[in-house]
Design a protein. Structure first.
Length: 751
């Protein structure tokens, strides 16, 4: 009986997921009749596990079936799925269909359509929160050419033997319904959106100003018409010029601020050359000079933004303007040798991809940024064995900035002139809120600025929010599922709201954001809570030391130092380029089923007998001999969980010749015992489960994604595969160690 039941279930699910709709006798050239026929058939058989997808498809089907009340109810079911996670989007999504349906329900004759549609549009618009009003235009974007092509493709390629798969039928109905609604109403909507936008906002989109250093800049100014007196200004300096930037500015303006978008020199309408990072120190001051002279300005300015935008805020503090009162750098680039375009003095191949993205034209070249375009180039360069400084030529287009960067492999004056340097941090006395993530590619930069600020200014009012976020998440786009890891519920915070609360706190003297219990605020992964402490240095108070031990060819992380001198050896053949595809395919997910085990050694601790909180940066001292004058070392730290999966904690990548001083290269002596420190790696906070182990993957970097350091001692950008010669041989001695920061229970301060 049980076997028969299982057979029945298999038959049922096969029926649901591979069901066909038969079309014999149906005129498929009549798309309206075909859509109604398919919608009726789908409505009686369709099933879907994902609630949002289910109702998102159903409300469109119901529209075609002219069951309008049911359609609106199903649309509301879709919104309910997103209301808690993103209320701004939830309230706006589907408005284009809702307005159309409500118009049709009232329509007595077609001559009234425009009049009734405008009434329904305005009725919907005034019920939306301002933030939802701002994003509303995106729901009325429609590409007629693409939609017609998609419909034609379904009709010509998906209908076979007088039948169509239900999934393809659903897609046809979606495309047909969107085309129908768009053709009848989107032109009216576009006109209304412009009118309503003018009622809410005053926008000056092409303001040009001159700088004191022979530059010209383009600014966009957005004012909320309900602000009747001079206001604080939020300034956003961006290299990613795009008309959609105005939507973000509208949001800040709607919160009671004037908002200014400053395009980096050379971008938008600027006549200058585009030279990323080089002019912000002076240009932002010139922009602030202009802002405070405007009638809508109360002469107080705050800055916000992520990545390059975060870097630019630190550039603005090098010679800080008296009217700059606060900054919120989110995931700020640590320009130079910190994290971009180098990670601990190792240039990344991504640097060229990014430069093309921002310098190909006056706006932002989204079409040229595709990973599918760039990975084949990285592979071609890697397999060719050409020097790294040929990467741009190999792409077919030399890049002046890329070549300029390669001539500065040290943390020299070129990079130092872009941001505060050493004692210059002592003069930064404005309140600062830094936001970054454990998996943010610019976390190293974010924490560099914070640590240097506190190093040179003990009384700095500088706060940190850090949690399980990637580069995008640290800028407010938090993902519930991050590279295989489902973040704790506590980690899913509204960063946009917190940033507004910070501006209100500093510029309007309101309450501080409640999440800021102390200067350093961090989310403990696996514990579902936030904690805080008054100094980033507190994470170094208690550490566990693990030695790299090799006993009978078993590689251990041991808490006791072995008295016998021993080592673990590794050989890397730089001439072997057969691994390009597998290296480019590595995802470095937060949770992995297995570890990459080539060109590295894997060390493991004993099982943890109790749970511990690992919070901070792991560090280490590596003692080794190598037969080259230099090498690029990486060390990735994982938690091997009781379920057999690996949880990525932190990664380190650095050039051995720069570990003592990032401003000056000190070459190694081949086959002489050397000592290098592990530092400048990612901060993390994670509750290590009872029954887990710590696993260290220690290796030599050889990848299409980075320079290849052949170890000759020459400029690495000029080395070629001809410099590889004999394989690199390295011996890690057992007096090498890593240290893990562990928070003691007595010192914890829970939020």
């Amino acid at each position: 009986m049980k076997k028969l039941f299982i057979i029945y279930l298999l038959f049922f699910f096969n029926f649901i997921f591979s069901q066909k709709i038969y079309l014999k006798g149906i005129n498929i050239s009549n798309t309206e009749a075909l859509a109604k026929y398919l919608a009726n058939k789908i409505n009686t058989t369709y099933n879907e596990k994902d609630v949002a997808t289910y109702y998102d498809n159903l409300f469109r089907i119901s529209m075609i079936n002219e069951n309008y009340d049911l359609s609106l109810s199903q649309l509301e079911s879709v919104r309910n799925v997103y209301k808690s996670s993103d209320p701004t989007i939830a309230t706006a999504m589907g408005s284009q269909f809702e307005i159309y349906v409500n118009t049709i329900k009232r329509l007595n004759n077609n001559n009234e359509f425009n009049k009734i549609y405008e009434e329904e549009f305005r009725k919907k618009y005034i019920t939306l929160p301002v933030k939802s009003q701002i994003i509303l235009p995106q729901y009325f974007n429609f590409n007629a050419e693409v939609t017609e092509k998609d419909i034609k493709e379904i009709l010509t390629k998906k209908i076979k033997n007088d039948s169509i798969e239900i999934e393809d039928a659903i897609q046809f109905c979606r495309k047909y319904n969107t085309r129908n609604v768009a053709n009848k109403s989107f032109e009216i909507a576009a006109s209304l959106l412009k009118k309503l936008d003018k009622e809410n906002f005053t926008i000056y989109d092409s303001v040009k100003i001159s700088t004191k250093t022979n530059g010209d800049l383009t600014l966009s100014v957005i004012l909320f018409n309900k602000n009747l007196k001079p206001e604080n200004t939020i300034l956003i300096n961006t290299i990613y010029s795009d008309k959609t930037n105005l939507n973000l500015a509208r949001q800040y303006a709607s919160e009671g601020y004037a908002c200014v978008i400053l395009n980096t020199r050379g971008k938008y309408l600027s006549s200058n050359s585009i030279e990323p990072f080089e002019h912000e120190v002076n240009d932002i001051n010139d922009a602030i000079d202009w802002i405070i002279k405007q009638p809508w300005s109360n002469k107080k300015v705050g800055m916000i933004g992520g990545s390059y935008l975060g870097f630019s805020q630190w550039a603005a503090t090098k010679n800080i303007h008296p009217s700059l009162k606060t900054i919120i750098p989110q995931a700020p680039v640590g320009i130079g040798a910190m994290d971009f375009p180098m990670n601990n003095n190792i240039f990344t191949s991504y640097a060229l991809r990014w430069l093309n993205y921002v310098t190909n034209n006056k706006m932002t070249d989204y079409s040229g940024f595709n990973e599918k375009k760039w990975n084949p180039l990285y592979k071609k360069w890697y397999q060719s064995g050409l020097s790294f400084n040929k990467l741009d030529s190999l792409s077919g287009k030399e890049n002046t900035i890329f070549q300029r960067w390669l001539t500065h492999p040290n943390s020299d004056k070129y990079w130092q002139n872009m941001i505060p340097y050493k004692k210059e941090f002592s003069k930064i006395n404005i309140p600062i809120l830094t936001i970054t993530g454990y998996y943010d590619s610019d976390q190293l930069g974010a924490l560099y600025y914070l640590k240097e600020h506190y190093k040179y200014n003990k009384n700095a009012e500088h706060y940190l929010i850090i949690g399980p976020y990637d580069h995008s998440g640290a800028q407010g786009n938090i993902k519930n599922e991050l590279r295989g890891y489902n973040i704790d519920e506590a980690a899913n915070i509204d960063l946009s709201k917190i940033c507004i609360e910070w501006f209100d706190h500093i510029l309007k003297e309101k309450e501080k954001p409640s999440i800021l219990k102390d200067k350093i605020n961090y989310q403990v992964m696996g514990a579902d809570l936030w904690k805080s402490t008054n100094s980033i240095d507190n994470f170094n108070n208690f550490k566990i030391k693990f030695y790299l031990e090799n006993v009978d060819h078993k590689l251990n992380l041991s808490t006791s130092k072995n008295k016998d001198t021993n080592f673990s050896s590794l050989k890397v053949d730089f001439t072997d380029r057969t691994d390009a595809d597998e290296l480019l395919a590595l995802k470095y997910d937060v949770i992995e089923k297995s570890l990459y085990n080539k060109n590295n050694l894997i060390f493991s601790t004993d099982t943890f007998e109790k749970a511990v909180e690992f919070s901070g940066n792991f560090s280490g001292l590596l003692k080794f001999t190598v037969n080259k004058k230099d090498c690029d070392i990486y060390a990735n730290l994982y938690e091997l969980m009781p379920n057999g999966k690996y949880f990525l904690l932190s990664t380190y990548l650095g050039r051995a010749s720069y570990t003592k001083n990032s401003e000056k290269r000190n070459l190694l002596t081949p086959n002489k015992k050397e000592t290098v420190s592990i530092y400048n790696n990612e901060f993390v906070s994670r509750k290590i489960e009872k029954g887990s182990k710590l696993v260290l993957v220690l290796g030599i970097n050889k990848s299409p994604l980075w320079q290849v350091n052949y170890g000759t001692g020459k400029d690495v950008s000029e080395e070629t595969i001809a410099d590889a010669k004999e394989p690199l041989e390295i011996k890690w001695y057992n007096d090498s160690y890593i240290e893990i920061p562990v928070m003691e229970q007595s010192s914890e301060n829970s939020n």
